[in-house]
Design a protein around this ligand. Structure first.
Ligand code: GUN
Length: 291
């Protein structure tokens, strides 16, 4: 069994990005610039955005954090998005989700210029990805593909089962795993809360990607011997023995599943660190104006 070290891989990629940025700066090119809009004080969102800002520093990017209180109006956010769309110094920006209930997330996402949508959530990017055109791919699926690539994990002709059908992970992951590409060329099945044969499907998977947000859902008896298991779950389960008060818990019961796997990602330290790294790669791509 090989443990897929997302933390080490992401550190290496950030160093590669920093070297490329240094070379660009020495040629007199502009420093890549990522802006982030954060609304409210949700603990998870605060941590994610702080980590994104930190990653920008490591990569040599400029970053701008724009904060609003929970009661910000949709109009104020749309105005700021318009400003960022037209700000030539900003290469890409994100609006951290979730947003308060009075704001329509889809309005916000669609207001972002798709050429600056480094989260890859805009319908233009989603559509371009689905037909294999240059685009921004959302960070978590892009990070998983990068891990499969860097660990030389064969995907062509393999049966890949994805648990979860979210717009951010499950759906784009399915599209990418079936694309005519490496990694890709897999036979993909997507299972979700209405699937009746989920366990049977999992047992046949050469590659299982668990992204349904149910801690410890995937057990050893659902795994084929030698499978590759990618755990996207990051649920905060209360744990009084920890300073933070919670334990980040994956969708896979790691201790019993790991011995059956050829490769597996841990939680934390697997997919999570790769997600931020993909955002950095997307920002560098935005700075290059490749499409
Ligand atoms: N909330 C959870 N994941 C993400 C992400 O990848 N991007 C943004 N903007 N918000 C998120």
């Amino acid at each position: 069994m090989t443990l897929i070290d997302g933390k080490a891989t992401s550190e290496q990629i950030k160093q590669e990005i920093a070297a490329e940025v240094a070379a660009r700066i020495s040629r007199g090119e502009k420093r890549p610039h990522l802006a982030a809009i954060l609304v409210g004080h949700d603990g998870g969102s605060e941590t994610y955005v702080a980590n994104k800002v930190k990653a920008c520093e490591v990569c040599g990017f400029k970053s701008t954090l724009i904060r609003y209180e929970d009661d910000v109006t949709e109009d104020v956010l749309l105005q700021k998005i318009d400003e960022l769309n037209n700000d030539e110094d900003v290469d890409g920006f994100i609006v951290q989700l979730p947003l308060p209930r009075h704001i329509n997330e889809q309005h916000i996402i669609e207001a972002i210029d798709y050429r600056k949508d480094v989260d890859g959530f805009h319908p233009v990017n989603v559509g371009r990805m689905s037909i294999g055109l240059p685009c921004f791919v959302s960070a978590t699926p892009a990070g998983i593909l990068e891990l499969l690539r860097r660990y030389d994990i064969p995907t062509s002709g393999k049966k890949c089962v994805i648990l979860g059908r979210s717009n951010i992970v499950g759906k784009p992951m399915a599209t990418l795993m079936m694309q005519k590409h490496t990694p890709g060329d897999a036979t993909v099945t997507v299972c979700h809360s209405h699937s009746t044969n989920l366990v049977e499907e999992c047992r046949q998977a050469d590659i299982l990607i668990a992204a349904m947000g149910q801690p410890n859902f995937v057990k050893a008896d659902m795994i084929k011997e030698g499978a590759v298991v990618i755990d996207v779950g990051t649920t905060r389960v209360p744990d009084a023995t920890r300073k933070s008060g919670f334990k980040l818990t994956g969708d896979v019961k790691f201790e019993e599943v790991a011995p059956k796997c050829s490769f597996i990602t841990p939680v934390p330290g697997g997919v999570g660190p790769m997600t931020i790294c993909s955002l950095m790669l997307n920002t560098l791509k935005a700075a290059k104006h490749l499409f």
